[in-house]
Design a protein around this ligand. Structure first.
Ligand code: ADQ
Length: 463
């Protein structure tokens, strides 16, 4: 088996279950890396005023880490700039929040070039290179420009937008052309895949074949959906162990027999948190019988706190939570407990297990691992109910959830009520099928299916 080289913006060598609040990519890639071993290359998380030196290389277990620092300017233009103020909002259908400057685009290209030039000397002839996510789309193009002929695959963790949205990106052509320098492109869902095909056929003048092979920009490559999984058995084990934990005991005592609804998200405008709290408001407004009997726990640690839109969403969320609590709270009950911090994965698994409802209502999400973790953490003999946005990639797989439109506050409130009163037999039937699916298609299976596809993709130039 060839050596696997994973490239991602963020690399997290620390112990995963301790850190808390890391994003979905880090959680998933770490699990994949632990199984397969290899080299994990990316940003160290450090920002300096000077130009970065050679990568910092060290081993932890079966993984060799190679980490590069960024200068302040690179961090501003590449990470906060083009990646998180242009691509992230646009790929999540938020044209109103999308900013574009040529300066940031140049920074994005510059850092991709920098990463390629630091990675190239570490590569060996039989290596397989697997690049992750929107920060690093041009990596393959940059590596090819300096002579790298290895097999290279790319996986997009976030949605691929519909054609009309993508066309609003001033450099949409150069982004798609850069993607076509890979040999394999993986998307989370068939919806994303189809949107990509539509661009290739209608905008790029390329061809799409039934098996997902495309011809475009003078290259032949493979495209497919590889829905990302979680480490299902680990989450289930964490949740079972947490039943006797001090934190679970404290939480149970504090609930005093009330039912709990849980939401866990990075504080991001794509996660639909404000609309979700409006749904909680509507639930208590229209169901007075539930007041005092249901507690919503919303955990949302801040992320990307130096991007202005993230400061704004935090203020909006605080306002609506304050409003709902002000409207319905009693001296001995609060409708919403809002926590602005991260927890370990063990603790979260325990909290999921105690919750009667998992509320996952993003306005757009590549997959959403929290939805899967919630299902994996349930008590088999008495599982809770997942309320899931149709715009999360996970909705293609988790069909046993109550699927909602997150923009429709009344629909979400109705689903919450339905979930709170659902009989055990129905809860069990819905949960069982989803849990079996998650065991079969876990993160190790995801890693294996992507790397197997990359290993066998025929490499040839377009005629
Ligand atoms: P994210 O947008 O970060 O991921 P998600 O898929 O939900 O979203 O993953 C978040 C991860 O962080 C989960 O494993 C969760 O347990 C953890 N997490 C969230 N809040 C936490 C908290 N308060 N404390 C501790 N841990 C917390 C991106 C894409 C997603 C895609 C993933 C993986 O946006 O659509 O599912 O990558 O591909």
């Amino acid at each position: 088996m060839s050596r696997l080289i994973i490239v991602s913006n963020r690399v997290t060598p620390a112990k995963s279950s301790k850190s808390g609040g890391e994003g979905g990519l880090a959680v998933a890639v770490k699990a994949a890396m632990q199984e397969r071993g290899g080299v994990w290359f990316g940003w160290s998380g450090r920002v300096f005023d000077h130009e970065p030196g050679p990568p910092d290389i060290f081993d932890v277990g079966r993984v060799t880490y190679a980490l590069v620092d960024l200068s302040q300017r690179d961090h501003d233009e590449y990470y906060n700039g083009y990646a998180n103020s242009t691509l992230w909002p646009l790929f999540h259908y938020r044209l109103d929040l999308t900013e574009f400057t040529r300066r940031n685009l140049a920074g994005y290209q510059r850092v991709n070039h920098l990463f390629a030039s630091k990675l190239a000397p570490l590569l060996q002839p039989e290596d397989q290179v697997w690049v992750h996510d929107y920060h690093l789309i041009p990596m393959a193009e940059q590596l090819r420009a300096i002579g790298c002929q290895l097999r290279m695959g790319f996986f997009l963790h976030i949605p691929w937008p519909a054609l009309e949205i993508l066309l609003a990106l001033p450099n949409h052509r150069s982004i798609v052309r850069a993607l076509c320098a890979y040999d394999l492109i993986g998307f989370q869902t068939t919806r994303d895949l189809r949107a990509f095909w539509e661009y290739i056929e209608l905008e790029a003048g390329g061809d799409v074949h039934d098996d997902g092979t495309i011809n475009a920009y003078g290259r032949v490559l493979r495209t497919a959906a590889f829905p990302i999984g979680i480490d299902t058995d680990t989450v289930a084990a964490y949740a079972a162990e947490a039943e006797t934990s001090r934190q679970n005991r404290r939480l149970t005592e504090s609930l005093q027999g009330r039912k709990m609804v849980i939401g866990v998200d990075r504080l991001d405008y794509s996660k639909g948190l404000v609309a979700r709290m409006e749904a909680v408001d509507h639930l208590f407004k229209t169901n007075p019988d539930l007041r005092g009997r249901v507690t919503t726990l919303q955990i949302a640690p801040p992320s990307r706190a130096d991007v202005p839109e993230y400061i704004e969403i935090r203020q909006q969320l605080e306002t609506i939570v304050g409003h709902v609590n002000g409207a319905y709270a009693e001296f001995d009950w609060m409708p919403i407990r809002y926590l602005n911090k991260g927890f370990t994965r063990r603790t979260l698994a325990g909290f999921y297990r105690l919750s009667h409802v998992g509320l996952v209502t993003p306005l757009r999400d590549g997959m959403n691992l929290v939805a899967k973790e919630y299902v994996a953490a349930q008590k088999p003999e008495d599982p809770g109910v997942l309320v899931l946005s149709r715009f999360a990639g996970a909705a293609e797989e988790l069909t046993g959830a109550l699927i909602v439109n997150p923009y429709d506050v009344e629909n979400v409130a109705d689903a919450m009520r339905g979930a709170l009163i659902m009989p055990l037999a129905e809860r069990h039937e819905r949960w069982q099928a989803m849990f079996e699916w998650l065991q079969r298609y876990d993160v190790a299976a995801w890693q294996r299916s992507f790397t197997a596809a990359l290993e066998t993709v025929p490499i040839k130039s377009a005629a």
